[in-house]
Design a protein around this ligand. Structure first.
Ligand SMILES: *Cc1c(COP(=O)(O)O)cnc(C)c1O
Length: 378
């Protein structure tokens, strides 16, 4: 049993059991992507966004591989606590802040920095105390209409925050709605609105440190780089753009999800495959059954024809994705055997391409890999 085939099963204690499906995570690809993003925004500090278990890659492992990042960003308190419990000491920001007093107390105890995006969070901080004051990122809504203070409310919030001993520093941030679109006027409009708020704050509470850019803006909108950038998807080697591939950008895939052929059969014209008999052989066909299904994180709506790599060669999905299996048309690939390696996405098959076939984005595929997949960090 190769190391990469082991899956740690909690119920078995320290005993690992073999599994065909695994996610190989390349630490060198992670470091390459971080270096590339640093080069793209050389004047800015970089916050590595490792929310959602580092987009499905493993948050603690991400924090170790990306240890030279200036800070980490997570969405949920539990994600921040997990980092601290693992001994991660770098600054870490809750990018939606906290939603109740109990969470605030825990966040302060775990030295987590906070985004503050609505008045209730200011009020909670006014009632809080902390041995060590924290950085607060005041979030401005410049056009996303999801989180953040309106431009007219920002200065008042900053004035309130500045009085608090629990606040070490007020920084200002916003988030772009369409930085992936080269022709959208919204990015520059949001940037202008943000600049106006930042200069009003400079007059009221002193010049703040600022941050705007996500991966798309880091790579496409240098005028938005400011003091901090927040890199997410590009760190994982996926392109934030529909019109430029990760390879064109110099990004390397971090996760390669692969499994194995567990059965092979030869079909006659007219034979059908899988649930709903949704795929029908038009010619004598060879079908490989692969141990990977929606319970592993493959989207069930991935249509017939979507690509996988079997022994390094592209082959089309044939029929519906089942819970534990897919079926692939390997007609004309005589080297395929039971046990052959099948790459679902990653090296040789960009996750962006699979996401497009599934009608979604890479973020959703990467976050959706489930706990029964074994992870190897190489
Ligand atoms: C998730 C997130 C990011 C990272 O976005 P990517 O598109 O993955 O680079 C940046 N900022 C905020 C506030 C986020 O929530």
């Amino acid at each position: 049993m190769a190391d990469h085939e082991r899956l740690q099963v909690p119920a078995f204690g320290a005993t690992a059991v073999p599994t065909p499906i695994h996610a190989r995570v390349s630490l060198s690809a992670w470091r390459n992507n971080l270096a590339l993003l640093r080069c793209a925004a050389p004047q800015s500090k970089l916050l590595a966004v490792i929310k959602a278990n580092a987009y499905g890659h493993g948050a603690v492992q991400a924090a170790r591989a990306l240890a030279s990042a200036d800070a980490f960003g997570v969405a949920r308190l539990g994600e921040g606590v997990e980092l601290r419990a693992a001994g991660v000491t770098q600054p870490a920001v809750l990018i939606e802040g906290v939603f109740c007093e109990a969470s605030l107390a825990l966040a302060l105890r775990h030295r987590l920095d906070l985004v503050v995006h609505e008045p209730g969070q200011v009020a909670m901080l006014e009632r809080a105390s902390s041995a060590e004051p924290r950085v607060v990122w005041l979030k401005i809504d410049t056009g996303m209409s999801r989180l953040g203070f309106a431009a007219a409310e920002a200065a008042m919030a900053a004035v309130r925050l500045r009085k608090l001993s629990v606040v070490a520093e007020i920084r200002v941030m916003t988030h772009f709605a369409a930085a992936d679109e080269p022709d959208s006027p919204l990015t520059l409009l949001q940037t202008q609105r943000f600049a106006a708020v930042a200069s009003e704050l400079a007059a009221r509470v002193g010049t703040p440190v600022t941050g705007l850019a996500n991966s798309a803006a880091i790579l496409r909108w240098p005028q938005t780089h400011a003091g901090w950038v927040r890199a997410g998807i590009a760190l994982y080697g996926s392109s934030p753009f529909a019109d430029r591939s990760a390879a064109e950008l110099g990004l390397e895939p971090v996760m390669t999800l692969s499994s194995r052929v567990i059965a092979l059969r030869d079909l006659q014209p007219g034979d059908t495959v899988g649930y709903g008999a949704a795929w029908r052989a038009m010619r004598p066909s060879r079908i490989a059954t692969v141990a990977a299904g929606y319970a592993d994180g493959l989207p069930r709506h991935l249509p017939s024809g979507s690509p996988v790599l079997v022994e390094g060669r592209r082959a089309p999905l044939a029929g519906r994705v089942s819970m534990d299996m897919i079926t692939v048309d390997v007609t004309g690939l005589p080297a395929v055997r039971v046990g052959s390696t099948v790459v679902l996405w990653g090296e040789g098959l960009p996750v962006d391409e699979v996401a497009t076939a599934a009608g979604t984005i890479s973020y959703e595929l990467l976050c959706g890999v489930t706990r029964r997949v074994a992870f190897d960090y190489l």
